[in-house]
Each structure stands twice: as structure tokens, then as C-alpha cells.
Design a protein around this ligand. Structure first.
Ligand code: AMP
Ligand code: GLY
Length: 420
């Protein structure tokens, strides 16, 4: 099978690493890739937002399957364009990707499907939004309706801060993405990320992982894309799993099919779990980053045939075999992230980390510069490790961190602490 993998983060390095182990893979192209992926596949210079370029490359090179890592190309219609050209794509059409790209659409689908989520209102005018706000209690949750690269959520403790967030967003803080906003009920509990693959009808559940979104130890500091993760997540009990499938994933997949927008790809449910009751915080139309890396470390069986089957509407009968081992991941980020940071500092020790027991390093924001590895983004390296139990996986991941020599980087020291 000839595969084209779109993206260049830690998530895509992990997907490429896993797919490269498949006996069914004959050729892997990556666009744009990163220095980790570039050892595994052939790098293309086509940007991930060049829908036409990606479709014509796939046609000209008889690509059998395109796997889309990030959400932006999906929201821009890459899935539609590939399918129109007769090329199998793992990732939803634009209409189905709206589960991620429009918070109010997600809410509307949840209401129709009876899936539990926070109560909400949608607004395009500040006065109506502020009136609604005054019927809520603190803390106030204000979100840009559209895609804002994970930055479009404000949790305000005071009415004053909430009003400011409403004014800024509706004045165009995130452009079109915040032309409308959603104000929702604040949910309490513990968060977990759960993933399921679907061809639009059949659903193949994956596993849950726990992300650490805040930048600093003790869940302090600003929200980030994710500073670390682990799996299994003790909070995700069998009862939570059954309720998530029955009350959220199954009815939402059925509702999308009923609307004529069948969801093909991986559905990522960000959950708030209270007293073993899961409620939906958000859907994403893609694998989580860094959760994907953790899942790839725990997946024993082949991934590629499952993704291909999902893309071709033939998921029925496919299975996953998960390891009983635990996996943990610690992100090394550039100092200053998620705010401003420098690029170009030199990183040593990746090979030494990779030689440690259970450790695999996935690249995110790195670049090759005349044979040296340099930092080229906010989240730069993902140090993953497996172990017989969570404690061992976490300890091994931190031994991997110790092997990395990169003074301009930082990481959290408490990944996995919530589970131990
Ligand atoms: P989102 O981008 O929608 O996932 O929001 C980012 C983060 O904000 C989530 O991971 C939660 O930690 C928090 N959050 C979002 N919505 C709510 C809510 N309704 N109640 C409590 N926390 C929330
Ligand atoms: N780790 C959170 C995300 O991928 O959105």
C-alpha cells in the first residue's frame, strides 16, 4: 500500500513510526514531515493547505491511502477533494469535520443525538451574550465558535473578565472564528481523551489517554496543546467507557450519518468525568497530540489495515490488540512556549534517549540544519516510554528527558502525577 501522511508534528511522527512497521506498507510519503519522519518516509514539499497539489500528487503517484493528521486541511475540504478524485482518505469531509471546526454545530448535533454536554448559548452580538452571561454562575466559559488553534477558550472567574472576553472575541480577536461565540455551563470533574475510529457506520473503539494541558507543574500557567500524557487513565473505568460509547460516540456517529454527513476517520471526544458520568467538552476530527503518540506505543496490532478499512467503508470485522503495558509521554518545549520563544538552538542526546529501555523519542518542532538537530517550534520533542505499569513508564520517560541536552528547553516534572 502506498500511503501519504499529512502533517509534521509528534502525532504524525508516531503515526509514521507505527505504519512503517506494517507489512502492508510499500511506500510512505510525508508532507511536510519533520526530521523524525524524514528517516521513515519520503518528504514532499507540498504544504498541507495545498489541497490541489496534494490531490494531484496522490493521483499521479497512485497513492492508496491519505492519512490526514491535523484539523486545518480537513476543515478546508481535503477529505472531500481526495474522495472526489477517487482516493481513499482517513479523515472526515468538511461537513463532518464541523464537529471540531464549529462548537455550535457540535452542540446542535449533541442535542439531536441526546449526548450529554454543557448547556450553552450561541451569540453574535455582545449585548445578548452579556445578558445571557448574567443568568449563569461563575466561572464563565466563553469560546470562539470556530477553529482558533486551541486558544479560543476563556474561563473567566469574574463578570468583568467574561465581558472583556466577549468584547474581544466578537470584535474579531480570532477573525472569522470568533464572529460567533458560545457561552457554556462550567463542568466539574476530571478530563480524559477517548478515541474511536469509524467508517461512518461501524465504530471501532480505541483507548483513553490523559492529557496535561497547562504549561507548568501543578496545572499552573496557560493552556497549551498538551505537555504530556499517559495511558491507561484510571479515571476511564469500564462504566465510563460503556457510557461514552452508548451515550456519546454511537448516537453522534448515527446522527451524522442521518444528516448525510457520515463521519469517516477518528473521532476524538474530550470528556469531563464526574462520578463516572462522562460529558462531552469537545470533539476533534483528528487524533490528539500528544495522546496519539501514547496510543501508538500501546497498540500491538497493525494500524494501517484499520485506517484503510475505515477510509473504504469496510471497518466491520477489524480489531485492535492493545498492550497491557502503560505508556507515558513528556513534552520538551522551547522556553517561553506557549507564548513567544526562540528557534534555532541545538539539541543533543536524542539517540542516547532512544537507546534507553522502553524509550522512543518522537520529533515535533525540530529541523535539520547542516546535520545538526535544532529547535523549530514550541513543542519540540516528545519523550515516550512504555513500562509494566504507569510508575515504570513515567520513570523511564523522565530518564529519557535526562538524556536530552537542550538548555533552551523545558518540561513539566509532574506528568502522570494525577494517576499515581
Ligand atoms: P476546549 O478547547 O473546548 O477543549 O477547551 C479547552 C479546555 O477548557 C478544556 O480542556 C477544559 O479544560 C476547559 N473547558 C472547556 N469547556 C469547559 C466547560 N464547559 N467546563 C469546564 N471546563 C471547560
Ligand atoms: N492534546 C489536545 C489536542 O490534541 O487537542
Amino acid at each position: 500500500m502506498k500511503v501519504l501522511l499529512i502533517g509534521g508534528g509528534g502525532r504524525e511522527h508516531a503515526l509514521g513510526w507505527k505504519i512503517a512497521q506494517s507489512p502492508e506498507m510499500s511506500k510512505l510519503f510525508v508532507a511536510p514531515g519533520n526530521p523524525g519522519l524524514n528517516h521513515i518516509g519520503e518528504t514532499l514539499t507540498i504544504p498541507e493547505n495545498d489541497t490541489k497539489g496534494l490531490v494531484s500528487f496522490s493521483k499521479d503517484n497512485n497513492v492508496d491511502l491519505v492519512i490526514v493528521g491535523p484539523e486545518a486541511p480537513l476543515a478546508a475540504g481535503l477529505g472531500d477533494a481526495l474522495r472526489e478524485a477517487g482516493i481513499a482518505c482517513f479523515g472526515p469531509d468538511k461537513a463532518a469535520a464541523r464537529l471540531e471546526s464549529s462548537k455550535s454545530f457540535m452542540k446542535e448535533v449533541c442535542a439531536a443525538a441526546g449526548a450529554p454536554t454543557a448547556a450553552y448559548g450561541r451569540f453574535t452580538a455582545p449585548a445578548a451574550a452579556k445578558a445571557f452571561l448574567r443568568e449563569q454562575t461563575a466561572p464563565y466559559v466563553i469560546k470562539a465558535d470556530g477553529l482558533a488553534a486551541g486558544k479560543g477558550v476563556v474561563i473567566a472567574e469574574t463578570l468583568n473578565d467574561a465581558d472583556t472576553a466577549i468584547d474581544e472575541m466578537l470584535a474579531g480577536q480570532f477573525g472569522e472564528a470568533s464572529a460567533a461565540i458560545v457561552i457554556e455551563e462550567f463542568m466539574t470533574g476530571e478530563e480524559a481523551s477517548f478515541f474511536a475510529i469509524t467508517d461512518g457506520v461501524t465504530i471501532l473503539p480505541m483507548i483513553a489517554a490523559r492529557d496535561h494541558k497547562r504549561a507548568y507543574d501543578g496545572d499552573q500557567g496557560p493552556n497549551t496543546g498538551g505537555m504530556g500524557a499517559y495511558s491507561p487513565a484510571p479515571i476511564f473505568t469500564d462504566a465510563v467507557y460503556e457510557r461514552t460509547m452508548r451515550d456519546i460516540i454511537e448516537p453522534v456517529v448515527a446522527e451524522m450519518a442521518r444528516r448525510g454527513a457520515p463521519y469517516v476517520g477518528v473521532l476524538y471526544a474530550g470528556l469531563m468525568i464526574d462520578n463516572e458520568r462522562p460529558r462531552l467538552v469537545e470533539f476533534n476530527a483528528r487524533f490528539g497530540d500528544p495522546e496519539c503518540q501514547i496510543m501508538m506505543r500501546r497498540l500491538n496490532s497493525d494500524l494501517l489495515p484499520v485506517l484503510h478499512a475505515a477510509a473504504c467503508g469496510k471497518l466491520e470485522g477489524q480489531r485492535f490488540d492493545w498492550s497491557d503495558n502503560a505508556a507515558a509521554l513528556v513534552v520538551m518545549a522551547a522556553q517561553g512556549y506557549p507564548g513567544g520563544y526562540e528557534k534555532g538552538s541545538t539539541i543533543h542526546g536524542v539517540d542516547a534517549a532512544n537507546n534507553l529501555p522502553g524509550v522512543v523519542v518522537f520529533h515535533a518542532g525540530t529541523r535539520d540544519q547542516d546535520g545538526a538537530l535544532v529547535a523549530n517550534g514550541g513543542r519540540v520533542l516528545n519523550i515516550t516510554a512504555t513500562g509494566a505499569h504507569l510508575r515504570e513508564a513515567i520513570d523511564r520517560a523522565y530518564r529519557g528527558i535526562d538524556a536530552i541536552d537542550w538548555p533552551q528547553g523545558f518540561c513539566r516534572g509532574d506528568i502522570g502525577g494525577t494517576a499515581l
